[in-house]
Design a protein around this ligand. Sequence first.
Ligand code: FAD
Ligand code: SIN
Length: 522
Amino acid sequence: MRYEVDFLVVGSGIAGLSFALKVAPYGKVCVLTKGDAAEGSTRYAQGGIAAVMYDSDSFDKHIHDTLVAGDGICDREVVEMTIREAPERIRELVQYGVNFDREGGGGRFDLHREGGHSEFRILHHKDNTGEEIERGLLEAARNHPNIEIKERQFAIDIITQHHLGQRVTKHTPDIECYGVYALDCDTNRIDTYLAKVTLLATGGMGNVYSTTTTPVISTGDGVAMVHRARGVLSDLEFMQFHPTSLYNPAEKPAFLITEAMRGAGAILKDRDGNEFMQKYDQRLSLAPRDIVARAIDNEMKISGKDYLYLDARGIGKKHLIEGFPTIYAKCLSIGIDITRDMIPIRPAAHYQCGGIKVDRNGESSIHHLYAAGECSCTGLHGGNRLASNSLLEAVVYAHNAAMSAINQITQNAPSTLNNQIPDWNAEGMVLNEEMVLITQTKRELQEIMSNYVGIVRSDLRLQRAFDRLNLIFRETEDLYNRSVLTEPLSELRNLIACAYLIIKMARARRQNVGLHYSLDLL
Ligand code: FAD
Ligand code: SIN
């Protein structure tokens, strides 16, 4: 099937839906999403969204905290723009129907604090902020007559001149995007979606690692698509590990224990119940995430243990049960009463700071292709993202991209190339009956990345990872060239591409900065 729309959006998390709602008054919008519409990292966000809402705080302080967390390599102009725009974008979320907790149920927002923040500035909805944001945006999008949300549609590749038979390299000056090919996961048909403007909002790539807080959909598809289309990517060596995922080894994804709990007074402790953060940073348990995750990693290596503890008992029973109901219930379900017991924790891959390089308007190096949310790299996060700046970046850049895209479709003449774009060619492919190969290769890949490209790296470890990855890359390409395309196979290829890019960028970064930490660069 062939579809033509004005705006094509890939992804129905906070970035995709915010963009869709903004452009909808100006044309027909189609949102493709590979699973159920609500599934994605957005719905699992706990802590909240950072913004300066009252005079007790200031833009300068939030800017300063972001720059410090980013370890000196944020794009300062991007930081200033994002943080100054934040209150307006928050007001819009509220207008779309998103509820944030208010003090005593009244007018002022109830604000939390997280690591690296010098002030209480995190708007939240209890400890399930993401679920509330996703609910509000999805409801608004579903009610808009110009927005169609198509579930279980897996975008495979963006369509460029390459599909018109032209040679496209990363030096080709004017690569253009005409839309995407997408696999209909219900019918196994590959459809052609053509659009004047395409936005990638495909989220993160946490599943490159064995232990991650991100849902199974986070397989770096957008980044891999842009890589194959020869677009510009950046900063992928900065994979953020969240310090405190719940240690419950059989559970995937790893359940998050929000940093807001440390903001409320919870303390990191070793297996003997002693505090240890004083050895690493004077901000103790509330130091930025890269520092805390490295400290935990080091303590785990010294003691040879698989987990440490977060002690939240000092917060008090009432505050814990009322303020963190999701975490309280989750821990209780596996026999941990957080009002009485310490919580076993370990770091987990959580957020990709790098991604598809975009300008201030969210436009990528490929014409008519925008990116927003976790799959993009705006320059806001530098070497390490400040807690709760991700949801903020997603709404600010969805807005900027929408304004620019509206301008583009009203000024540009419609493409005359659409009727020349071929449908996907699946001739000669056979059904791959060995699904187990895909599952095993995925596991192997995750082991390689966790063992050699984790929180602490070295030249030798990166080389090992690269060599081992090479083998599974060749095996998987061989399988791909013979097989009918399926979602698991496509995701595996994308994960391998992302792993390759992380290693390549990590090897190129010859200085320890932010989340990139190599023993050979000390
Ligand atoms: P997502 O919400 O991940 O959505 C991605 C979408 O893309 C999905 O709809 C998916 O189906 C679709 N998709 C992907 N690939 C394809 C494809 N090939 N074809 C079709 N569709 C595709 N950040 C904060 O700022 N504050 C927090 O408190 C916070 N807490 C977090 C807690 C957890 C447990 C996690 C995992 C992350 C947290 N983060 C937080 C990070 C933040 O939630 C994410 O960075 C953000 O939600 C990403 O939004 P997004 O719209 O870019 O992507
Ligand atoms: C958390 O709640 O700790 C996650 C916040 C974030 O990832 O920004």
